[in-house]
Design a protein around this ligand. Structure first.
Ligand code: SF4
Length: 400
């Protein structure tokens, strides 16, 4: 039995195939993802709520939310979305078990320096169904709840879950394992059928990648949540080269002095966003006239999107029945600062608008009405010099 072990988790299988060396232990484990981060807490609480659905259990949203520091309203939405999804998908998961921990050894591989390592696949499956019909395995299904806001397919994760399920139960009578990914916030799902050949092929892929541990790295969007992320030089270079690519697109070949490059990029990106917004408006205006023929046999057609905002003035007495505190009112009613300031400026004679806006802001500040809520998306708020850092230059991008 080799002393060295390479452990692969289904949830990290997509990253492992793109960057086998991500399976190496991190140099600075203390910097790896904090399990108490908002993302981790949101994922854990959402999964706990969704796990109640297959068994018809009513989750205690307030209790789960307070345990994870999550938003009970958001968890209520996750529960509703999981229940809706289950109406359609429950049929694929008879006698469903959830949070099933499975581990299996896939074999040994030779690493650099002729070192032998055992490859172990181990993880928890959100949903697993393996009902028997007589002595035969009637069907085999694995499923994964996605509670995040992105809608990325993690095909390797599903295949890894299927591989573990086959090791545990064997192939079903249907000849294929069903793998289901469910994006709760998108009301969307994907179902794949994996026959024996696909499962075997995937196992070979994992073993080949395992042999590349310590030899191959690959940076990309999959770096998110990698335990090496805080210290990985390749990832840092990939971020820089992505910015360079964008800059080259925005700035073209125009020579820009290095000392103002960072500032120029920011200005250009702001400009680019404005240009995109203007083109969007142009397209919308054009679509009003009729379809836009793209000249390649396709056309964009006009479609009306109807939004249904709730009028606070008309519905205040109804909203009042649901909202129990000023904090809850802040959560459901959003006041547009820009529109409020414009309104204040419109109420005073010309030339006095700026003073009226300042006065209004000062009054709101004194009343404690200006809240500071950190957004989920971090923005560039300034540019500073970093000593010893690689200068950002335009040129050939070199993705790892
Ligand atoms: S951060 Fe990205 S490039 Fe670095 S080890 Fe992890 S997956 Fe690979």
């Amino acid at each position: 039995m080799p002393e060295r072990q390479i452990r692969i988790w289904p949830s990290a299988a997509d990253r492992f195939l793109a960057c086998p060396s991500s399976a190496l232990p991190p140099e600075r484990p203390e910097l790896a993802q904090d399990p108490s981060s908002p993302e981790a807490r949101s994922g854990s609480s959402g999964h706990e709520v969704a796990a109640c659905v297959p068994h018809g259990r009513e989750p205690d949203l307030e209790e789960i939310a307070s345990r994870y520091g999550a938003d009970p309203d958001d968890l209520g939405y996750i529960h509703w979305a999981a229940s809706k999804a289950w109406e359609e998908l429950g049929v694929y998961f008879p006698e469903c078990r959830d949070e099933v921990k499975l581990t299996h050894s896939l074999g040994n591989v030779e690493l650099a320096g002729d070192e032998l390592a055992e490859v172990v696949l181990s993880g928890r499956l959100d949903l697993l169904a393996a009902p028997l019909l007589g002595d035969a395995l009637e069907l085999l299904s694995v499923g994964d709840w996605k509670t995040g806001r992105g809608r990325t397919t993690h095909r390797a994760q599903i295949k890894a879950g299927a591989l573990l399920a086959v090791y545990e139960h064997g192939m079903p009578a249907t000849g294929a394992v069903l793998g289901v990914e469910i994006w709760l916030r998108h009301g969307d799902r994907e179902i794949v059928q994996l026959d024996e050949q696909a499962i075997d092929g995937f196992q070979d892929e994992l073993l080949t990648a395992a042999g590349d541990v310590g030899r191959k790295w690959g940076a990309g969007p999959h770096c998110v949540f990698c335990q090496h992320e805080p210290t990985c030089e390749l990832r840092a270079a990939w971020v820089r080269s992505s910015i360079r690519d964008l800059c080259a697109m925005v700035l073209g070949d125009e020579p820009v002095p290095r000392e103002i490059l960072g500032t120029t990029i920011r200005e250009q990106l702001t400009l680019l966003r404005r240009v995109v917004a203007n083109v969007d408006k142009l397209i919308a205006a054009e679509l009003e006239r009729g379809p836009i023929d793209l000249g390649d046999g396709t056309a964009w057609v006009y479609g009306e999107r109807i939004t249904k905002p709730i009028s606070f003035s008309a519905g205040a007495h109804v909203i009042d029945q649901v909202v129990a505190s000023p904090e809850e009112l802040d959560r459901v009613v959003k006041v547009s600062k820009d529109k409020l300031l414009k309104l204040a400026a419109s109420r005073v004679p010309k030339g006095k608008g700026a003073a009226a806006k300042r006065e209004l802001l000062s009054q709101l500040g004194q009343a404690g009405a200006i809240l500071e809520i950190p957004g989920p998306i971090k923005q560039v708020v300034g540019i500073e010099k970093v000593s010893g850092a690689e200068p950002l230059e335009l040129g050939e991008a070199d993705h790892g």
